[in-house]
Design a binder for this molecule. Structure first.
Ligand code: UDP
Length: 327
């Protein structure tokens, strides 16, 4: 029997890395993506259906045709600053479209769901590293949209005990496929590592540091940067967990240590061997001072063993990708 997994947003950055691992693990990934930020060429290991999650007729057809054993839901808008400027886009795209997907899953009797959540659901955590038990208090519409979906999933799992989900709360995902096949490919990225790498390459004339007055070791914000392939591996483990009867649950995915913006910028200069202009700017709206994951739960319950907990390696793979991009 084909072990089909439906992957929304599988032509995007994280989804495409997960699709590669799914195929390697003997699953049959089927991608649905509207290609708004994803790339056809990123779907190297499965079928691509170009379409939008607002189209329930299409979703019904896809579920009927492929009968997936699980759904992995990556398709979403993901940039904090954009969400502050355009919240309706975030609620429409991240909440309404997820509702469509869940409704059609329910109609079709599909019960396993893996959701891309985010550390942004915590807002400004009282304790660092932050554990999964910390309250959800997002401080930007992006985090709010993801926290809303988590609540919907929790309620749905109560209403229908056969429906089970894993929500993975990603910390700061960066880097690229170590084999160089896949990587980040959005036109005007705002995320720090990719922005810094592209500045090193000459795509931007300077890098801004947003906020130098945070209560951190050098005044710049701290984040827990993790390699995209380790994150992808966490999805495979989450899938196997659900398929073997695991209960609905939520896991942080980070390494449990943080770097400041200045530390990241220095590392990008060192790894790329390029100097570039850096300017200090005011804080960016919606940014918490620190986000570092407590990660014992995912290691204990899912057996996750990250392989690339190395900032230089993360940056090197992002740099290699930027120099040799395939799309
Ligand atoms: N940041 C920065 N300059 C940039 C991009 C990001 O100083 O060009 C900072 C940003 O303000 C935040 C941290 O880097 O404190 C991580 O931001 P990113 O957008 O990468 O991820 P987020 O944590 O917002 O999801």
């Amino acid at each position: 029997m084909k072990k089909t997994v439906l992957v929304t947003g599988g032509a995007g950055y994280i989804g495409s890395h997960v699709v590669k691992l799914l195929k390697q693990e003997g699953f049959e990934p089927v991608v649905i993506d509207n290609l708004s930020t994803g790339h056809r060429e990123a779907v190297r290991y499965g079928k691509l259906i170009v379409g939008d999650l607002k189209d329930k007729t299409l979703l019904r057809e896809v579920f009927k045709t492929y009968k997936p054993m699980a759904v992995m839901h990556f398709a979403a808008s993901i940039e904090v600053p954009e969400s502050v400027k355009n919240p309706l886009k975030y609620y429409r795209n991240n909440v309404c479209n997820t509702l469509n997907l869940l409704e059609v899953m329910e109609e079709s009797g599909i019960k396993n769901f893996i959701f891309s959540s985010t550390a942004a659901v915590y807002g400004i955590p009282e304790e660092i590293p932050v554990s999964e038990e910390a309250p959800l208090k997002p401080i930007n519409p992006y985090g709010e949209s993801k926290a809303t979906v988590e609540r919907i999933l929790r309620d749905l799992a109560v209403a229908d005990p056969e429906f089970r989900f894993v929500a993975l709360r990603y910390f700061n995902v960066a880097g690229a496929d170590p084999a160089g096949e896949l990587g980040f490919a959005y036109p005007n990225p705002t995320h720090l590592i990719i922005r810094a790498v592209k500045t090193a390459k000459g795509d931007f004339d300077k890098l801004e540091i947003f906020g130098t007055d945070y209560p951190t070791r050098d005044g710049t914000a701290v984040r827990d940067y993790i390699h995209v392939t380790d994150l992808a591996e966490a999805h495979i483990l989450a899938l196997k967990y659900l398929l073997s009867g695991g209960k609905s649950d939520v896991f942080n995915v980070g390494y449990g240590r943080g770097f400041t913006v200045k530390e990241v910028v220095d590392a990008v200069k060192r790894v790329t061997g390029r100097n570039f202009k850096v300017v200090e700017s005011p804080r960016r709206p919606g940014d918490p001072p620190q986000l570092v994951a407590k990660v014992d739960k995912i290691k204990r319950v899912l057996g996750w063993k990250p392989k690339y907990d190395d900032l230089d390696f993360i940056i090197r793979t992002a740099w290699n990708w930027e120099l040799n991009r395939r799309y």
